[in-house]
Design a protein around this ligand. Structure first.
Ligand code: PLP
Length: 397
């Protein structure tokens, strides 16, 4: 009864921007969540790559409690200790020299686009503002980032879009090369296309992209909003490819569940932003930074989480491959890196998602027929076994 009323109010008072499942999630611990009826679920969505350390990890909860008692918010007119500490942690563990904090992935990408444009105008010419992105990409829902997103379905109805964006097929070096001209200011890519269906480029793609950017003095922006923070088994996905970007964006897993975004850049790139050029009221707020510090410190402790993520990712892929051998007509492909893993199915992915939900397993579907698994990085073999059992039950039907 209570659940029906809550969902009724949801329909009545919330804008219909989401097709929600008929479930109200109320509590979470580790990889599990419970709804208002007391039903238990394994969470292989993990807030879509947000709940890196699982639900209500004690280190994050305690850090947030402590910070909430000390200081919730002050303006960026003043120095903020947790923000500085988090920026230092990010710089010490990445290519970056400087960080700008905001509140979401889209905002981080907005900041990256603005920085790249300003940099190119100052170092090259005022005509140099074109940003090349990939078809099938996803960079956010604000007007600039939805324009950067190379998928018409997200853009329809919001025209006119932002000028200055161009799209090329992902993982196609020649297409990139031939789309560059004297007005190209940056190339912006996801190292692995997440929303686009967990598309993993060939091993040398990003290295070739880096070379082209260097040869033409073009900035390379990597959108690691989904792939960052240990998701792929390294702290950042670019580390797999032996390159570094000039600018990188983070959000999703950065706060382990609290809303925070960041745009990181080299010293040279960052210098284009001066006081007054960009800002965010909440960006790098003490509370969310305390959550993000606890998250990144826990991930980096002894490299335990990253090792574990690699092992569990392999175990999950291997288990899915076995399932594919048993159900070759239903499963088209298995792919992934670390714990961003996809199973491409024959037919509508949503029917799988619904059947799994009924059986107490939360999974996600993207790009129509791609089941995506982005569980907390603390997922264990027995959790993965449970996922496989349920997928098998659904396949067998
Ligand atoms: C989710 C996502 C975004 C957008 O992040 P929001 O926090 O929803 O604005 C941008 N880029 C990538 C790669 C994402 O996966």
């Amino acid at each position: 009864m209570e659940t029906r009323k809550i969902m009724g109010d949801s329909d009545r008072y919330l804008m219909h921007t989401y097709n929600r499942f008929p479930v109200v999630l109320k509590k979470g611990r580790g990889i599990k969540v419970w709804d208002t009826e007391g039903k238990e679920y394994y969470d292989f969505v993990g807030g879509i790559a947000v709940n890196t350390l699982g639900h209500c990890h004690p280190k994050i909860v305690i850090a947030l409690q402590k910070q909430a008692q000390r200081l919730l918010h002050v303006s960026n007119l003043y120095h903020i200790e947790p923000q500085i500490k988090l920026a230092k942690l990010l710089c010490m563990n990445s290519f970056a020299d400087k960080v700008f904090f905001c509140n979401s992935g889209a905002e981080a990408n907005e900041a990256a686009i603005k920085l790249a444009r300003k940099y190119a105008k100052e170092h090259h010419s005022s005509e140099r503002f074109e940003i090349i992105t990939a078809l099938n990409s996803f960079h956010g829902r604000t007007l600039a980032t939805v324009t950067a997103t190379g998928q018409e379905k997200f853009q329809k109805g919001f025209e006119p879009l932002m000028p200055g964006f161009k799209y090329v097929p992902f993982n196609d070096i020649n297409a990139l090369l031939s789309s560059i001209n004297k007005n190209t200011c940056a190339v912006m890519l996801e190292p692995i296309q997440g929303e686009g269906g967990v598309i993993i480029p060939s091993d040398d793609y990003l290295r070739e992209v880096r070379k082209i950017c260097d040869a033409h003095n073009i900035l390379l922006i990597l959108d690691e909003v989904q792939t960052g923070m240990g998701r792929t088994g390294k702290l950042f996905a670019y580390e797999h490819y032996g390159i570094t970007p000039d600018i990188m964006t983070l959000a999703k897993g950065l706060g382990g569940g609290v809303p925070i975004g960041a745009m990181l850049a080299t010293e040279k790139g960052s210098s284009a932003f001066q006081p007054g050029n960009h800002a965010s009221t909440f960006g790098g707020n003490p509370l969310v930074c305390a959550g993000a510090i606890a998250t990144i410190e826990t991930i980096l402790e002894d490299g335990f989480i990253l090792d574990h993520c690699n092992r569990m990712g392999k175990y999950l892929m291997q288990s899915l491959e076995e399932l594919k051998n048993d159900y070759p007509s239903q499963i088209i492909d298995i792919r992934g890196k670390g714990l961003i893993v996809a199973m491409e199915v024959n037919g509508d992915g949503m029917s799988f998602v619904k059947a799994c939900l009924e059986k107490g397993m939360l999974i996600n579907c993207t790009a129509g027929n791609v089941l995506r698994f982005t569980p907390p990085l603390i997922a264990e073999e027995k959790d993965i076994d449970r996922l496989i059992d349920i997928l098998e039950e659904v396949m067998a039907r």
